[in-house]
Design a protein around this ligand. Structure first.
Ligand code: SF4
Length: 347
């Protein structure tokens, strides 16, 4: 009998697949879920230390649900895409409150949880319970788009639909957890974006893109769109102890809940604010190199203006969303990318 797509993938997995990742040990829905969310925009090697610290601090869904949001953000600091951390916390609370602390076992219920889409729900159910569900993350999309030469950008609904159909079609009758892991591993280690190792690939025989000699042409590129540009002023206010004033951002929106420099639309607004809170000062503002940060929906150019106070202010700004920060300051919550970028430039 001819080996199917899944047979070949599973045989490859048995010999070459990854079996010692931290979330593969004791793969409970909780542990798999945290790994899936961390891996959404981040490479495995970066995720591992974050994952281990996270599991040490939040070993189960109850501990995570009961933790203050700032503790979760702090452990996420550096992983980026903080909405993932906020959703993680919300989901833990829903699992605690709605599902009595146990993750649901159906796709429909799983997909009602914040931050869990169809593919993530399938990955959790497949990897933790061996349920027969198809996943379609970036790695799997690439393998399937190449194998079947599905043209077009994988974010397009028409292309997605086709890829989902292939993902379902290839599911094995058994060993679903191993198959799911295998597909992710193949995309991450063999069928990579720019240098696919087709000669080592178990799917080479049936792979249409390999036959055409142009695997990199699939999947198609996302159509480029011009990102809107925004500018703002960031106040780097330093007191005589060398501490910088940080403001905690509102819980939703860009850098939600993280500590960042106070931002102002223009210099008048910045100086009015300074005069109101720190007058009378003889402060001189120095312009520092612009910090640029690209979000998914716009690009932000932050012009930092450094102002050194010439007298130690009364600690009126401490607490209530304000913090005087130095590298070893104890604080709760995470730092925004702007603050981290700033410290990198002066290191
Ligand atoms: S043969 Fe090459 S392009 Fe096709 S699935 Fe394998 S690694 Fe990817």
């Amino acid at each position: 009998m001819m080996a199917t797509f899944a047979d070949k993938v599973l045989a490859w997995f048995d010999r070459h697949g990854r079996k010692d990742l931290p979330w593969q040990q004791n793969p409970t829905p909780y542990r798999v879920w945290v790994s899936e969310i961390m891996l959404q925009q981040t490479q495995v090697t970066t995720v591992i230390p974050y994952y281990e610290r996270f599991m040490q601090r939040f070993p189960d869904v109850q501990t995570l649900a009961d933790a203050p949001p700032d503790d979760v953000l702090k452990l996420w600091e550096g992983l980026g895409y903080y909405s993932r951390a906020r959703n993680l916390h919300k989901t833990a609370q829903q699992v605690r409150d709605v599902y009595a602390g146990e993750f649901p076992t159906t796709m429909t219920d799983m997909e009602t949880l914040p931050g869990i889409g169809h593919s993530t729900a399938a990955a959790i159910l497949s990897l933790s319970h061996g349920q027969r569900e198809a996943i379609l993350d970036g790695n799997v999309k690439r393998v399937l788009a190449r194998y079947h030469t599905v043209a077009g950008w994988a974010g397009e609904p028409r292309v997605q639909k086709q890829l989902w159909a292939y993902a379902e079609q290839h599911l094995p009758a058994e060993r679903n957890a191993a198959y799911t892991q295998a597909m992710m591993d193949m995309g991450a280690t063999l069928c990579t974006r720019s240098k696919p190792l087709c000669l080592l690939c178990p799917l080479q025989d049936g792979c249409q893109a390999f036959k055409q000699g142009k695997p990199q042409a699939y999947p198609g590129k996302r159509p480029t769109k011009e990102l809107p540009e925004k500018t703002a002023l960031a106040l780097l206010l330093r007191n005589t102890a060398g501490e910088l004033l940080l403001q905690q951002r509102p819980p939703t929106g860009v850098w939600g809940g993280l500590w960042s420099f106070p931002e102002f639309a223009d210099e008048t607004a910045l100086h009015d604010w300074l005069a109101q809170h720190f007058a009378p000062t003889q402060a001189i503002a120095t312009r520092l190199p612009v910090l640029t940060h690209t979000f998914s929906h716009y690009r932000l150019h932050l012009q930092p203006l450094q102002v050194d106070l010439d007298a130690q202010p009364a600690r009126i700004m401490e607490g209530n969303g304000w913090l005087w920060y130095k590298a070893n300051t104890e604080y709760t919550g995470g730092l925004s990318a702007a603050v981290r970028q700033f410290f990198q430039t002066i290191d």
